[in-house]
Design a protein around this ligand. Structure first.
Ligand SMILES: Cc1cc2nc3c(=O)[nH]c(=O)nc-3n(C[C@H](O)[C@H](O)[C@H](O)COP(=O)(O)OP(=O)(O)OC[C@H]3O[C@@H](n4cnc5c(N)ncnc54)[C@H](O)[C@@H]3O)c2cc1C
Length: 358
């Protein structure tokens, strides 16, 4: 859909890989500042934290974890805390990249939906346009400038079908959620990931954050098949997400097939996050015997057209005029929410392209 996965975020807006990108010659300080102002990023106010988040905040103080409000691109004057950010924001409180579409159209852009890019056309090392599948059939759109932004999986597929090597080094910011039952509690919906424990990111490779999945999420999460959850009331669950900086060991093939094994080093990070989540949940009043974890999954695919590998520091591929600006250009795993950093990178590229081409 227009807006891509920015439409399903939880509104978390944090800087990631700034130092690493600088070592590739990309100083994004100005772009980060601009994006933070534009997305109106602010730490989640205390009054927008739900009862489970507050419980975990208090528990983190007791066990000595440094839990802080999560920076969010949410307009808290409009957020009603329904906890359904990942289904799209019905109150329009959350920023998404769709916010730019109106301005773009007013400035002369033409938006073509239902156009699937099949390949990039190029000749003699120079980009010539894209071949697209439309409801009316396959078309060729001519251009001497193409910016791919089909995401960490879509972009390497297009590059490979266009004869540009890509698709290795796939990371995913692998995660699990750990849950415990607080007997006697009856929690309602609330904003997810309203706080973050970041202190283990650099040293141990993961973040922790309160995460309460709704019934719909649980349906897509294999836990529901487990006997333990079937007998439990979701309203008594408190959850903590462990999101790790995983090994960039995956591959996206030209046919869209994906391989992403979970190596021992990632298993150990997940296990460490799980143990710390247990400590937190027990301090929050969860029955230790009730604590369980979800299966491993992920929502941040990237690295598959990395800076220094597939694109240069100007985000240009070996094909002159063919650029990439999305999660696939990251040189290494973030282990943190990527949107703000993608926005900063895209601002950097946009500035250069408008200076040169407009
Ligand atoms: C449930 C969930 C919650 C998240 N919450 C957060 C959060 O709170 N904060 C955060 O920073 N990150 C969050 N993320 C991650 C974040 O949404 C993504 O990492 C980020 O949006 C990726 O942006 P992108 O531009 O790389 O790709 P995408 O957003 O995936 O955009 C790619 C677009 O290209 C389209 N496309 C793909 N192939 C083709 C093709 N061949 N032709 C035409 N179009 C194509 C896709 O349909 C899509 O619209 C979350 C992710 C999930 C799944």
């Amino acid at each position: 859909m227009v807006g891509g996965s920015s439409c399903v975020t939880i509104g978390n807006g944090v800087r990631a890989l700034q130092k690493e990108l600088r070592s590739h010659g990309l100083d994004l300080e100005g772009e980060f500042q601009e994006a933070e102002a534009e997305l109106n990023i602010q730490p989640c106010p205390e009054e927008n934290m739900g009862p489970r988040t507050r419980l975990l905040m208090k528990a983190s103080e007791e066990v000595g974890y440094d839990m802080r409000p999560m920076p969010k691109f949410i307009d808290f004057t409009r957020c009603d805390g329904c906890g359904r950010c990942a289904l799209g924001c019905v109150s329009g409180a959350k920023w998404t990249s769709r916010n730019y579409v109106g301005d773009a159209l007013r400035n002369g852009a033409k938006l073509e939906t239902k156009h699937r890019v099949l390949e990039v056309l190029h000749r003699g090392g120079e980009v010539k346009g894209v071949k697209v599948q439309t409801p009316e059939g396959v078309k060729e759109l001519e251009s001497d400038l193409v910016v791919l932004a089909a995401g960490g999986i879509g972009t390497p597929v297009i590059l490979q079908t266009s004869g540009v090597a890509a698709g290795t080094h796939l990371f995913a910011d692998t995660l699990i959620n750990t849950y415990g039952v607080v007997e006697g509690a009856q929690f309602g919906p609330e904003l997810g990931m309203a706080t973050i424990v970041d202190e283990f990111h650099d040293s141990e490779g993961y973040i922790l954050s309160p995460f309460m999945e709704g019934p719909l999420d649980m349906l897509t999460n294999r836990i529901l098949l487990g006997k333990r959850l079937q007998s439990r009331n979701l309203g008594r669950l408190v959850g903590v997400m462990t999101k790790i900086k995983d090994e960039p060991n995956g591959v996206v093939r030209a046919d869209g097939g994906i391989e992403k094994p979970v190596p021992q080093v990632d298993v150990e990070k997940i296990e460490s996050g799980y143990q710390r989540s247990r400590v937190l949940l027990e301090a929050a009043g969860a029955d230790p015997k009730s604590i369980f974890r979800s299966h491993i999954r992920a929502g941040h695919p990237g690295g598959t057209a990395g800076v220094g590998r597939v694109v240069n520091r100007e985000q240009e591929t070996e094909v002159s005029g063919l650029f990439v600006s999305d999660c696939s250009v990251f040189p290494e795993t973030l282990g943190k929410p990527p949107v703000l950093t993608i926005a900063a990178l895209s601002k950097h590229l946009a500035r250069r392209l408008t200076e040169e081409h407009l």
